[in-house]
Design a protein around this ligand. Structure first.
Ligand SMILES: NC(=O)C1=CN([C@@H]2O[C@H](COP(=O)(O)OP(=O)(O)OC[C@H]3O[C@@H](n4cnc5c(N)ncnc54)[C@H](O)[C@@H]3O)[C@@H](O)[C@H]2O)C=CC1
Ligand SMILES: O=C(O)/C=C\C(=O)CC(=O)O
Length: 360
């Protein structure tokens, strides 16, 4: 029997090749007059182009976005926005830049327009993360949800293939866990399955031809769907493990998601059979966990924690941290099975092919 609660979140989404050129109109549409453009130092050129498109509606560029949003960067950006009289911020970049916009919005209520250039999905969520004294705190607040999202596939055209792949699999992880979320619902499940399908197809094509705009469009469409799932329903074991490994061992965010996901799905397979069937169907494989492991390998992504800087002697500590403050998970957390999971993920072992459930 179906039983669910669905609460939609407000967001205006504009999706088109070249949609960046609508930026000035979108700033005006939210009633703002001066927009501060946010970016990382590496993306100053594209941010300057956005600022030029805004013309007199630009309050300049702030290029101080950093990974995991250090609180000092958030304070500097907030102060700068106030000094230049900005009544809106445009965050152009990946999850780190969108995260900086959210940190400004959290304190000041400044409306954000997000222009994502990776596939991480943060632009569709009311989730913020801020790092203070080496500890990353996350929370959900509707006021940080971007008011408008401009998806322009042209902007991800030069995202290097290895980064495109792991970023896309980071998005797939949101959808995969959304399919077995405690507060899941049929709308999010449809979006999740379609998001995984679009990303699996798009990433394969991007690997063959990085400048293929149809492929970039598929990936960004998938990122939108998967990000929406993350924004609407709760995450489970996989996200907990990745946040623990990223936060305490400084592992790279999207690469960590890529390595851990097949193992977290293998762990949860028997407890969430319907979700596994949908994930497997979406990647075009007989089994969800091995399907995603094989996809990562096919796309040249890392498949072992040891490849991305995890010390083997840290695994026990990671396990303790993940168990100390767990998220809800469809399968109860069992220390010995989780230790095996982490060991397999560290070594890069292909998860055990489970004979059940299958997509066909
Ligand atoms: N709050 C939320 O809902 C979510 C937050 N996140 C957060 O986002 C962060 C990771 O974001 P990512 O997008 O993976 O990486 P990122 O935003 O840190 O970007 C990685 C690097 O790639 C560069 N880059 C971005 N787009 C590019 C492009 N099109 N071409 C060339 N270079 C480009 C950036 O300037 C940066 O140097 C993490 O801190 C994670 O926690 C991720 C997903 C959801
Ligand atoms: O840590 C954050 O900034 C909030 C959520 C995420 O990073 C989601 C994810 O793990 O990709």
């Amino acid at each position: 029997m179906r039983e669910f609660v669905f609460v939609g979140q407000p967001a205006r989404v504009v999706f088109a090749v070249g949609s960046l050129r609508r930026l000035a109109r979108e700033v005006e549409a939210i009633g703002a007059r001066r927009a501060l453009v946010l970016c990382t130092p590496q993306q100053a050129d594209v941010a300057q182009a956005a600022s030029d498109l805004l013309g007199p509606a630009s309050a300049g560029v702030f290029s101080g976005a950093e990974m995991h949003v250090p609180i000092e960067a958030a304070r500097r950006a907030r102060q700068h926005a106030s000094e230049v009289g900005a009544d809106c911020a445009v965050a152009i970049g990946g999850g780190s830049t969108v995260g900086l916009g959210k940190a400004i919005a959290l304190e000041s209520g400044l409306p954000i327009i997000a222009v994502p250039t990776t596939y991480a999905g943060s632009e569709m969520t009311p989730i913020y993360g801020i790092t203070e004294a080496g500890v990353k705190k996350t929370g959900r607040e509707l006021r940080v949800l971007p008011r408008t999202v401009l998806y322009d596939p042209e902007l991800s055209q030069h995202l290097p293939v290895p980064m495109s792949v792991v970023s896309g699999i980071n998005a797939i992880a949101h959808a995969a866990e959304g399919l077995y979320a405690q507060d899941g619902n049929p709308v999010m499940s449809m979006m999740a399955q379609e998001g995984i399908r679009a990303l699996a197809q798009g990433l394969r094509a991007v690997r063959r031809s990085p400048g293929d705009m149809a492929a970039r469009s598929d990936c960004l469409y998938g990122a939108w769907l998967c990000g929406s799932v993350l924004g609407h329903v709760g995450m489970a074991l996989h996200h907990k493990l990745c946040h623990t490994l990223g936060g305490s061992f400084e592992l790279p965010h999207a690469q960590t998601h890529t390595v851990v996901l097949p193992h977290a799905l293998a762990y949860n397979a028997a407890a969430a059979p319907q979700a596994m069937v949908r994930i497997a169907a979406a990647v075009g494989a007989p089994d969800a966990a091995t399907g995603l492991f094989d996809l990562a390998r096919e796309l040249g992504a890392p498949t072992a924690l040891r490849e991305i800087g995890m010390p083997r002697e840290g695994l026990q500590r990671a396990l303790e941290l993940a168990l100390a403050n767990p998220y809800w998970n469809p399968r109860p957390l069992q220390a010995d099975a989780l230790a095996r999971l982490l060991d397999d993920a560290w070594a890069g072992v292909r998860p055990q092919d489970s004979s059940f459930p299958r997509s066909t």
